[in-house]
Design a protein. Structure first.
Length: 394
């Protein structure tokens, strides 16, 4: 399914900033569409008028729709979904709940995100777990054919970043899922950069845990995230901390965990954000995730090709399959300087630094790259103008 001119015009009209800037920083935070912004601000206005607790009670149906909406988006059950304040904390809640013991081993990959790997390092110190780095194939993605080379009798889990923060690579999540199932491993998928731009189905992927954020390709508000935990492993996980949302105090010396994934939630949360994220999921579903994936992939490919044609610019994305994140550098100016120059010219990008991708960037001897990330509301004309701006400094 392709976007029609009228559909694209409507989507851009519901994204007012499109009139004034080129927003190629969707991997950082996408622009909220009007319906999502209005859902958040209307709830805040309701809190102001009638009180926070009362507004939450009035929004109870919408708050429940958060769970059914994400379940439909991911092919999960509503009880397997939790609201968490961001993707990292969502991932942390599941990871630190794993019953890992001294000598247990975790498989990671060079595409790993900083926050995840820091957690590995902390548990290596705290519990004596070991970390194994899965090999990459010639394209830079995880090499599923050689995964057995890092498998040991003490391997307990594998964590895969679906789309890394530092490039457009899309790791073969389903192939890794089959490997994990064959070898009895718990499989975590970090979908922070893929949910909202790639059609995800947890049953097809075969993951036990999936985490993500609201602010990126789902176009939701900041301070929102979600966690999927399969019923299959739920009882194996002991939440690292609980409160009266995650559990019920059933007696002076007793408690009972909440059913399903809600045992990973906090009682206090950004209710307006939850309302907004529920609306963002509804908005994406109305457009169609498959259609979004097709358009974002196409725009990403065009941007990659257009940048590669500029003298002095090198596109640095890895992987056989690529998404809407495009990373590049220039021989004429640093990534940081180029990003600042683009910002002043009305084009938003971000910079991927070595500190966020030590395994990948250290191996490739990269310190920083410009990260331009497109979304379905971006256009071919914006890509052309963006490349003119980049070329101006070369």
């Amino acid at each position: 399914m392709s976007f029609t001119d009228s559909q694209l015009a409507r989507l851009r009209a519901e994204t007012p900033a499109c009139e004034k800037l080129i927003h190629f920083n969707n991997a950082g935070a996408a622009l909220m569409p009007d319906p999502v912004f209005e859902a958040v601000t209307n709830h805040l206005e309701l809190e102001r008028r009638i009180g926070g607790y009362e507004a939450a009670a009035a929004a109870s149906e919408t708050l429940e729709a958060f769970y059914t909406g994400f379940a439909a988006l991911l092919g999960a059950e509503p009880g397997e979904i939790a609201f968490v304040e961001n993707a990292t904390r969502a991932w942390d809640m599941a990871f630190y709940a794993m019953p890992l013991e001294p000598g247990d081993r975790i498989i990671s990959h060079a595409s790993e995100y900083a926050s995840n790997y820091l957690a590995f390092l902390q548990l290596a110190k705290r519990r004596g777990v070991e970390i194994d780095i899965a090999p990459s194939d010639k394209s830079g993605q995880i090499d599923v054919e050689r995964l057995e080379s890092v498998l040991t009798p003490k391997t307990r889990m594998i964590n895969l970043v679906h789309v890394p923060t530092q490039g457009g690579l899309v790791n073969p999540a389903e192939d890794v899922g089959r490997f994990a199932r064959e070898h009895g491993l718990v499989y975590f998928l970090d979908a922070c950069q893929s949910v909202g731009q790639i059609d995800l189905d947890v049953a097809k992927i075969g993951c036990h845990v999936l985490s993500g954020t609201g602010r990126k390709f789902l176009r939701g508000p900041r301070g929102t995230g979600f966690l999927y935990v399969s019923d299959e492993i739920l009882e194996q996980l002991d939440p690292p901390f609980i409160d009266m949302r995650a559990a019920t105090w059933t007696g002076p010396s007793e408690y009972q965990l909440a059913p399903g994934a809600r045992r990973f939630e906090n009682w206090e949360s950004f209710v307006a954000g939850r309302v907004g994220l529920a609306k963002a999921v509804e908005y994406a579903q109305e457009i169609g995730i498959a259609a979004i994936e097709e358009r974002v992939t196409s725009l990403g490919a065009r941007l990659r090709d257009s940048l590669a044609a500029i003298d002095g610019v090198e596109v640095r994305d890895l992987g056989q399959r690529k998404a809407g994140i495009v990373t590049f550098d220039s021989t004429r100016e640093s990534a940081s300087d180029l990003a600042q120059r683009l910002l002043k010219a009305g084009a938003n990008v971000s910079v991927a630094y070595r500190e966020s991708a030590q395994l990948d960037f250290t191996a490739r001897r990269i310190e920083e790259l410009v990260r331009a990330s497109v979304h379905y509301y971006n256009t071919d004309e914006e890509i052309e103008r963006f490349c003119e701006l980049v070329s101006h400094g070369t």
